[in-house]
Design a protein around this ligand. Structure first.
Ligand code: FES
Length: 126
């Protein structure tokens, strides 16, 4: 059964594989994010991409504190100031550029990065 989350959530069958196109760069506003849910049988693999002006970062959608999804509002990952990724459960804040937790219960831990590449207008799994 599908878990409806947000209009920005794409469900992609199978696990993420090299070269899979996640989205188009032009779909992401300068500080926009997009969540993806891969399914491979019973396994689920949630990731999100976060555009940061001219760069794009991708992480597993799993907070290092209690392994819960990060988005505080469905498909939204930045804090109200738009400066850091913020976990919606206990408020941990992470730097966008490297996923380091700078404040909160998992301070000093990192989000798990997902290797991506931007080729032309495509954001791909690398
Ligand atoms: S689960 Fe993210 S801060 Fe607790």
């Amino acid at each position: 059964m599908k878990r409806p989350r947000a209009e920005s959530l794409d469900e992609v069958p199978g696990g993420p594989s090299f070269g899979s196109v996640l989205c188009r760069l032009s779909e992401l506003p300068p500080r926009g994010s997009k969540a993806f849910q891969f399914r491979d049988g019973r396994l689920r693999y949630d990731i999100f991409v976060q555009r940061w002006d001219d760069k794009v970062y991708a992480y597993r959608d799993v907070c290092p504190h209690l392994s819960l999804p990060l988005d505080w509002r469905r498909g939204h990952f930045l804090d109200v100031d738009g400066q850091n990724i913020q976990c919606g459960h206990h408020g941990a804040r992470f730097r966008v550029e490297d996923g380091l937790c700078i404040e909160g219960p998992c301070k000093g831990e990192y989000l798990t990065p997902v290797r991506i590449a931007v080729r032309g207008d495509e954001v791909q799994v690398a």
